[in-house]
Design a protein around this ligand. Sequence first.
Ligand code: ADP
Length: 736
Amino acid sequence: MSDRDALRERRRVLLLFAISVLPPFLLLVALGLVALRNDEAALTYVEQERARQAAEKARGRLLAALERAEASVFAAFTPSAIEALEAGGPQAEATARALRDEHPLAAALFVLDGGGHVLWPAPDLPFLDPVGVPVPNERFAVSEGQDFRRLAELQALYDRAVVDQRGGQNERAARALRVVCEDPEATPTLAARAAFRLAECLLAQGRQEEARRAYARAAAAEEAVRDDELGRPLRSEAREAIVRLANEAGRREEAVRALNEFAQALLGGGLRGDLREDEWFAAVARAAALARGLEEGELARRLGQRSEQLREVLRWTRLVEREAEALLLQALRSPGEPRTHVVAGRPPTLLSCKARGEDGRPRLIGFRMDPERLARDVLTPVCAELSTNEGATVAVLDAGGEVRAHGAADEAVDLAGGTAVKLEPLPWEVRAVRPTAALEQARRNRLLLYGSLIVLSLASALVGAAATIRYVSRSLELARMKSDFLSNITHELKTPLTSIKMYGEMIAAGRLRSDEKRQEYASHIVREGDRLQKLIENVLDFARQDSGQHDYVLAEEDVADTVREAIDLFRLSAKARGFDLYVDLPPVGALPPVDLDRDAIVRSVLNLLSNAVKYSTDRRYIKVTVRREDRALIAVAVEDRGIGIAAEDLDKIFERFYRAGDELTRGVSGAGLGLALVDHIVRAHHGQIQVESQRGQGSVFTILLPIVEDYREQWPPPEDPDPAQEEEATERAGSA
Ligand code: ADP
């Protein structure tokens, strides 16, 4: 088979392999990847489902805790407490305070009647309801028996004075106004208005002291009076003006007294009928500013505090009023049960209400929940308990995503990737987060599993490919070597046969004149016959080995003696070819015996010797040595100074049919069997053959044979007292 054929054959095998192995392998990888993805999705789904279940469970627990907390507040709303609240006043304040102190969850309380009217909080307001402000312009509120004409004259006088004042005629206006306010026929309202304007005109003329007196007169009016043009509350403004005048005049004591009176009237309800809500807050703010100006800090603080307090109460009352209808509806749906009600806003207000119906007086009671307290005292403990028991961190978040309560061990709670459910009726949500470590571990395990499966199948495919290619290469090589062998052997058989035939014919023809010539031809025939015989023996040996029929007959023999037999057989032909043969053998009996088949070992040594001849060119040197190698081995070395063997061929030359592929050896006849036979024979003797060689330098083949076990320690055996004398024989043969 030619090299090109071999290459083609190898390519074909590779292609076949690729077609049969690669598609299933790629399919396997694709399937692995798909399975990995599906697995990942399934894992994530399972984790999410677990988190959702934990969140659901947490919701149930949290709402139960909320209901318990609400119920405990409502238990404190006893009938007597409700009654006290309804009654209002300081008693109600105290009751509300006590209840709030006991249940901090309730930040503010409320009580509605069956119609939704607010019974508590019932603020005792020091100002007018914004709706109930009186019309300022009741010009002729005349009482019975009054002189109507005079009153009309006074009114006309007043009207003219107003025009004068507007025109800057303050003096004329002041004269007329003084008349009006001092006339007993003037109504108190008209008199008070006139006094107030008089004070303004006097002030414009720089007559402070008189102005102060006029203001005092306006302030002393028995009822609330409003300005007829702008509806200003005159009594309140007059009091304020008095304070300011005294202060400006540097009479501090008087100013402080006047301010105290003014503040008392504002806070205690002395001006209750005068001011609207907004006017009251503005007046209080101005009074506080005056107090600060006069360094009356305590008074300023009291004014500020009261105004803040009232603002708060008003806000709370309005909220309850606004929500009353919705609260009632909700309470009606489940009477007697606590209900959480959320008022939208930022942040939303949380109300809890409950319907009560003792003694036929339906009431709706409730409170505003403090969201901080709710989160801290009610929800956090539940979250903490769940987080330790459910294998998931539970947290409550508000609409803005801020964490209100959580059960994480440390403050930095990581809620990414959790599952949330709404915590209705609270405007918040519960979120449960499973620890990521478990999921990560599972993910890593899957990846490892699929990864190693793919790598494993890839590796097995590659190993398969390599093994196939190797096997095929070897088969091809063997086929090549066998075909080489056939052509070699035919050639080897033919060459000596042709010679024999030729010399035989010449002798048979009887034309040879001298006996010498005849003898020479006959010896040619004998030599060629020998060669033929050797070759045939090798082939037969090989055939026997191949069919496993070869049986070696082992007996204790002297190696030196055996080798000498081979040398004797070889000596002539070596001499004929001009080789220097050196032999270094110990005398017979000097070395311990070896179990060997004499014929086989002789054949082996002859094979090595004939190779030494075949593979030598100009330096015709052969040396045979037999020596004890070590305790257990005897070495037979055949050395030549021939062409040597390339390093890469050293371990192959013992294979059957192998011939080192070199131009020099190509010219040498052979079948690649000799060394394979030697190797086989030596192995059968439990020995081994070694070779040392260098290109162009020569080779040494060494056969190592094991010494019979019993003689390894001592040779000769002890009963033989006379040790053989060592003899060294070096012969020189054929130096011609
Ligand atoms: P053959 O001699 O018939 O080719 P062998 O099995 O005896 O087969 O030897 C195998 C190969 O080993 C030879 O072809 C030759 O290349 C190489 N070889 C063997 N002995 C020697 C030697 N003494 N010197 C150089 N090459 C050798």
